[in-house]
Design a protein around this ligand. Structure first.
Ligand SMILES: Cc1cc2nc3c(=O)[nH]c(=O)nc-3n(C[C@H](O)[C@H](O)[C@H](O)COP(=O)(O)O)c2cc1C
Length: 229
């Protein structure tokens, strides 16, 4: 059984079965479920138990307002930079990995590599939360440093894994960083807090081709050095 807290997922299945979902059902998610996930996710470790995370949860009319504002900004070609997520220029082996996941996703959706309008439309689906009824926006105080970013990552991963214990799935979304100004304004996030990431949360659409994407991983032997003597 994959869902329900009476028989929770094994950690291994929660981790290895997680994938980014890019089409959700409109089926609502109860607020108590979101609260439970966040309460449990907050068991994440953080340096000296600083717990740097803040979360803005959108659903209902607030979700729809945010989606409308950011989709409009994206369609108008507006852009802001919440923080620098990527290097100035990608390089190997990361460039190739990025390209592969993009091509594989567009392939499943039947979007040609040169179909720039189709690709843009798919990019804009990020700002519709891929139809998910709930959006999560993770924030922290800008004065915090690299260590707290690590803590945030662990918290986000906990959210993604715990969502699965409730039959839910997620898509972490850095794409919102390009419209951080609108997110700040719509959700009243103060300027001295940084939006670390967005995340779509909901029930996956089992019939959606984009949800069949299975991404590859480099085996541990290729990125690990064992020191024994
Ligand atoms: C911090 C972060 C930001 C991401 N941002 C996006 C995004 O904006 N849109 C998207 O479709 N996927 C996004 N992803 C999902 C990655 O593309 C995905 O994790 C990666 O391709 C591996 O696939 P998997 O999650 O299905 O295992 C993001 C992932 C992470 C960890």
């Amino acid at each position: 059984m994959e869902s329900g807290l009476s028989e929770p997922l094994s950690v291994r299945r929660a981790v290895t079965g997680r994938r980014s979902v890019r089409r959700f059902l409109s089926k609502p998610v109860a607020r108590e479920t979101v609260e439970t996930i966040l309460d449990e996710a907050a068991r994440a470790p953080s340096g000296t138990n600083t717990q740097p995370w803040g979360v803005h949860v959108v659903s209902g009319a607030a979700r729809d307002r945010l989606v409308e504002a950011v989709v409009a900004a994206a369609q108008a070609g507006e852009h802001s930079q919440e923080y620098k997520y990527s290097p100035d220029e990608w390089f190997e082996p990361y460039l190739g990995r990025r390209r592969k996941v993009g091509y594989d996703l567009y392939g499943l959706l039947g979007i040609d590599r040169k179909d720039f309008d189709g690709r843009k439309a798919q990019h804009i689906r990020n700002f519709m939360l891929f139809d998910a009824p709930v959006g999560l926006f993770f924030t922290m105080d800008r004065r915090l440093n690299h260590g707290s970013w690590l803590d945030m990552g662990m918290f986000l991963q906990n959210v993604m894994l715990l969502a699965r214990a409730h039959g839910l799935e997620t898509c972490p979304q850095a794409s919102w960083l390009g419209h951080g100004d609108v997110v700040h304004r719509e959700l009243g996030i103060p300027d001295d807090h940084v939006m670390v990431s967005g995340m779509a949360l909901g029930y996956p659409d089992p019939g959606a081709p984009e949800n069949t994407l299975r991404t590859e991983r480099v085996p541990a032997a290729d990125f690990t050095t064992f020191h024994t003597e």
